[in-house]
Design a protein around this ligand. Structure first.
Ligand code: NAD
Ligand code: 6OD
Length: 463
């Protein structure tokens, strides 16, 4: 379904248990063949070819991502597709230079032994991904998995099947052997997603998506004790101190609230602003929200597209209603925009800012995953830290201050996996990425990805 106008753009075959099994068996066969004997140098070279091939079909990937998600063409061009290529290059570099432990061990008889570890692939990795940044998040997992010598079976979101499929064509053109990258389409429960996580020959599962889906997958994989890596939901806070660079903070927060129609797990749905600048900040953020150009994703000037689906829009609008019931003041938005064109059949909502909710309100506690944030004042640094940490999630925070001492002091007190100071979603692919609490288990990124997608085998030699 095209979220921008509600039309059907393609039909996709739902994989049944047999088709998922065929994909897993293809992966097992690939591991017994040339791929299973490949060297790090060969795999790094193939990963770089994949990156080149993505860039070679750049416009196809942008078109597919825009059609599936409704995100503005400018955003897919700037963020999603370049990051896909960057993911493969980053892990080609990382695997080429990664080391492992080695120790010379003194033994009781005055002699010694040499211990060293070698990195071995896990085998078949099941990769399950969401719809918000489909290609970016898929390649974020496929690249390190292949770098470490695994074969993968991927199950992209049922909402966004196109780019995972295009990536299969790229794999062939880049010389990746058959069976190393397999795609199965379908839903989650009692469908391709569950069949994949349940499969006995899948050696590990990496998942990005909702926290409650993570809980369901955890139950499914428990009986076979598969390693898991989970990147889950968030209810992220931003802390804006009165000593911030005001214009930079307003622009940064506007990005953190509205990018990708608020459908980024890192988005700030709770903004806390120090009281002396609270009123001015809310007014400036309102102006930013109202200036966002909403429209057809295919127009270059469009800054905000629709939500992913009718169902998701119903969810977001139910929170817009709930916020009013919970006593919020609507600073701006809170409804469906009327654009006067074919996109009025799309799944659009207005960028929305609320104030005045209590910290225990459901709209302040639950992930909405839309272009919406609640802005509340604070009086002291300690109060701001307490409010930011008062959540079961723990993915990301951003802190806005010109006082770097404060930045250093507050950042480590955040119960999250990632804290940005005077920036948001600024990525270095070597850094640990993930969350605490309901936001996930484990870290990916840099050596953390290599450590998840491989097993160290320690070898001890008596000298
Ligand atoms: P979702 O959990 O509904 O679906 C994600 C994937 O899981 C889909 O492919 C779906 O088909 C599959 N799935 C669903 N139930 C399953 C089951 N029982 N077994 C196996 N597979 C199953 O998530 P979504 O709605 O696609 O994505 C939005 C959510 O993802 C938000 O909560 C967002 O915060 C989160 N997210 C987190 C990160 C992160 O890095 N932490 C990144 C992006 C999105
Ligand atoms: O940038 C990344 O590596 C990453 N995993 C981003 C996740 C965004 C969530 O929507």
């Amino acid at each position: 379904m095209n979220p921008a106008d509600g039309t059907v753009i393609a039909h996709v075959t739902e994989a049944d248990a047999n088709l998922v099994d065929a994909a897993v068996q293809a992966a097992c066969k690939a591991l017994r063949g040339e791929w299973g004997r490949s060297t790090v140098r060969e795999r790094a070279a193939r990963l770089r070819k994949i990156a080149d091939a993505i860039e070679g079909r750049f416009d196809c990937f942008v078109a597919a991502e825009v059609a599936d998600t409704g995100k503005p063409i400018a955003l897919a061009t700037r963020l999603d597709v370049p990051r896909a290529a960057a993911n493969f290059r980053a892990f080609a570099d990382l695997i080429s230079t990664a080391g492992l432990d080695s120790y010379q061990t003194e033994t009781a008889d005055g002699k010694s032994a040499l211990n060293y570890a070698v990195r071995k692939p896990l085998g078949v990795v099941g990769i399950i991904t969401p719809w918000n940044l489909p290609l970016l998040l898929l390649t974020w997992k496929v690249a390190p998995a292949l770098a470490c010598g695994n074969a993968v079976v991927v199950k992209p979101s049922e909402e966004t099947p196109a780019t995972a499929t295009l990536l299969a064509e790229v794999m062939q053109s880049a010389g990746i052997p058959d069976g190393v990258y397999n795609v199965v389409h379908g839903f989650g429960p009692s469908s391709a997603g569950e069949f994949l996580t349940r499969h006995p020959d899948v050696n590990a599962v990496t998942f990005t998506g909702e926290s409650q889906t993570g809980a369901a997958i955890m139950k499914t994989v428990a009986s076979s004790v598969k390693p898991i890596s989970f990147e889950l939901g968030g209810k992220n806070a931003a802390l804006v101190f009165a000593d911030c660079d005001f214009d930079e903070a307003v622009s940064g927060i506007a990005d953190a609230v509205f990018l990708n129609t608020g459908q980024v797990c890192l988005c700030a749905e709770r903004v806390y602003v120090e009281r002396p600048i609270f009123g001015r900040f809310v007014e400036a953020l309102k102006l930013k929200a109202e200036a966002i150009r909403i429209g057809s994703p295919l127009e270059q000037g469009t800054e905000m597209g629709p939500l992913i689906s009718k169902k998701h829009r119903e969810k977001v609008l139910s929170y817009y209603r709930l916020a009013r019931e919970e006593g919020a003041q609507v600073v701006t938005g809170g409804a469906v925009p009327l654009l006067g064109s074919s996109v009025d059949n799309g799944f659009y909502v207005q960028p929305t800012i609320y104030t005045g909710l209590s910290e225990s309100a459901r709209c302040v506690k639950e992930e909405i995953f839309g272009p919406v944030s609640h802005v509340a004042p604070f009086d002291t640094e300690d109060e701001a830290i307490l409010m930011a940490n008062d959540t079961k999630y723990g993915l990301a925070t951003s802190i806005w201050t010109s006082n770097l001492k404060r930045g250093h002091r507050v950042a480590p007190q955040m119960n999250v996996g990632i804290t940005w100071v005077n920036c948001w979603f600024l990525r270095d692919l070597r850094t640990p990425f993930g969350g605490v609490g309901l936001s996930g288990i484990g870290r990916e990124g840099g050596v953390h990805s290599l450590n998840f997608y491989s097993e160290p085998n320690n070898i001890c030699i008596r000298l």
